[in-house]
Write a protein that binds this ligand. Structure first.
Ligand SMILES: Cc1cc2nc3c(=O)[nH]c(=O)nc-3n(C[C@H](O)[C@H](O)[C@H](O)COP(=O)(O)OP(=O)(O)OC[C@H]3O[C@@H](n4cnc5c(N)ncnc54)[C@H](O)[C@@H]3O)c2cc1C
Length: 431
């Protein structure tokens, strides 16, 4: 439709700004339930799935996987997903003579078979999937949904919100009217800033190097996290390379930020040597393959998750340290909660952007976000150092938890996204 002033006008129930891993999932969830969604991103879908765009993998917790199944995304993804059967956590330090990093004999071991409650089916703790495959699966699902219109590339140039309605204007002059705006803009958040929602943010002085490792021996679904003094070195099992059959793991190698540029500039042989020292010898000969990515790490939280006609989800609401592989899973619980509240209101013919809808969302999601920030921040502070008393406390702590099956089960169920006041999608129920 063209308005009197010549702008092209569209209408939707919900406008989602940001079609990253979280915004695209929200659009798929709402669209699957027939809510009319316009989802906007400044990047095209094809640029987001290019191998050089995002080299990360995501540890998809069991609860998040159930949500993806329910909204019709998992069927495009399952064949790319590596089940996580075991997690091994150990404390270590680098060998000053250049050999492989020895790890403390006191460690923590999570076995997926011990996570199930009596009578419950045994399930993997989660799955590791390359982000580019998650993005591709989400875009395929969005294409199927008549209720969703994906506008990409499109840049947001302005937004207006009143008590009764909201409207966004795009840089190319198009405008979209809706009952609710959602910021899934990631850590930058123009909508959050425009709404005057304050952000609390702190850098960690750490950068994560992300690479793929190829190793001689199969990983057998075991994820490893080694806590080295500069930060965690995570070895996340991937599916074998479909072209070559090589055994692969995705590596999140956290280092002090100031050292990372020099590490990335090392000669190939020197980089492989530094890499292999940290990786260790448990999977035989190992090498880093493909492009190397780096992500500066910080924590941030928005002071409020809502403003009139606006909700924040995912990293726009709370961005955490990747130490426990939980950022996207946390955002997915935002998505599942907001989708449930909006779909319920929509079915009853109510205003989906009403203040009561937003208040319900803020109440539901505030505690989980803050708890996750506290847990990941605390873990990083406890482990990313070489202070002897702390080293003793954490090693004894790891060993103690390892000896307590109920506590181990609690941690496992937490990591699987199965604890708390869960939205229907996370329980695997339809919206
Ligand atoms: C090294 C590393 C490893 C991680 N591993 C895990 C893991 O194993 N498990 C896990 O759960 N989480 C993990 N995370 C966290 C996870 O990657 C993030 O939480 C998640 O990607 C956040 O997604 P998002 O969609 O909220 O934000 P983003 O990915 O930042 O997406 C925001 C999107 O909005 C678009 N956009 C922004 N502003 C505008 C605008 N004004 N107009 C138009 N478009 C706009 C951007 O183009 C972008 O596509 C990891 C993070 C890091 C750094």
């Amino acid at each position: 439709m063209t308005a009197n002033n010549g702008t092209e006008e569209q209408a939707a129930d919900v406008v989602v700004v940001g079609a990253g891993l979280i915004g695209a999932t929200l659009a798929a969830a709402l669209g699957s339930a027939g809510v009319r969604v316009a989802v906007i991103d400044r990047l095209t879908g094809s640029s987001q799935v290019a191998p050089t765009f995002d080299g990360r993998t995501t540890a998809i917790a069991h609860g998040s996987q159930r949500a993806l199944e329910t909204i019709g995304v998992w069927r495009f993804l399952g064949h790319h997903a590596q089940p996580i059967l075991d997690i091994r956590i150990s404390d270590g330090r680098l060998d000053p003579t250049g050999g492989p990093a020895p790890v403390s004999p006191l460690h923590l071991h999570f076995d997926h078979r011990q996570a199930a409650r009596p009578g419950e089916a045994v399930a993997p703790m989660g799955h590791i999937v390359e982000n580019r495959h998650i993005r591709a699966a989400l875009f395929r699902r969005l294409e199927e949904l008549p209720a969703v219109s994906l506008l990409a590339p499109a840049e947001l140039s302005g937004a207006e919100r009143s008590d009764n309605e909201a409207r966004v204007v795009l840089a190319d002059g198009r405008a979209i009217n809706a009952a609710l705006l959602v910021s899934a803009e990631g850590r930058g958040g123009m909508l959050r800033e425009q709404a005057g929602i304050r952000l609390h943010r702190a850098g960690y002085g750490q950068t994560a190097i992300v690479v793929t490792a190829e190793h001689a021996l199969p990983h057998r679904g075991v994820a490893q996290e080694k806590f080295l003094p500069a930060g965690p070195f995570a070895i996340l099992p991937m599916t074998d390379d479909p072209a070559t059959g090589a055994h692969r793991s995705s590596i999140v190698w956290t280092e002090r930020a100031e050292l990372v540029p020099a590490l990335l500039r090392l000669s190939e042989a020197a980089f492989q040597n530094e890499f292999a020292r940290r990786f260790g010898e448990h999977l035989g000969a190992v090498k880093a393959v493909g492009p190397r990515f780096s992500y500066p790490l910080s924590v941030q939280t928005a002071e409020r998750l809502v403003a009139p006609r606006l909700a924040l989800v995912g990293d726009a609401a709370h961005g955490i340290h990747p130490i426990a592989g939980q950022g996207w899973n946390l955002g997915l619980r935002d998505v599942a909660a907001l989708a449930e509240i909006v779909v319920d209101a929509h079915r009853l013919g109510l205003d989906v952007g009403h203040a009561s809808v937003l208040a319900d969302y803020e109440r539901w999601r505030r505690v989980d976000g803050l708890a996750m920030i506290g847990a990941t921040d605390g873990l990083n502070r406890l482990f990313s150092n070489d202070v002897l008393p702390l080293r003793l406390v954490r090693d004894v702590g790891l060993a103690a938890v390892n000896r307590m099956p109920p506590l181990r089960r609690f941690f496992m169920r937490h990591a699987m996204g199965l604890i708390g006041d869960l939205p229907r999608l996370i329980k695997g129920e339809a919206l």
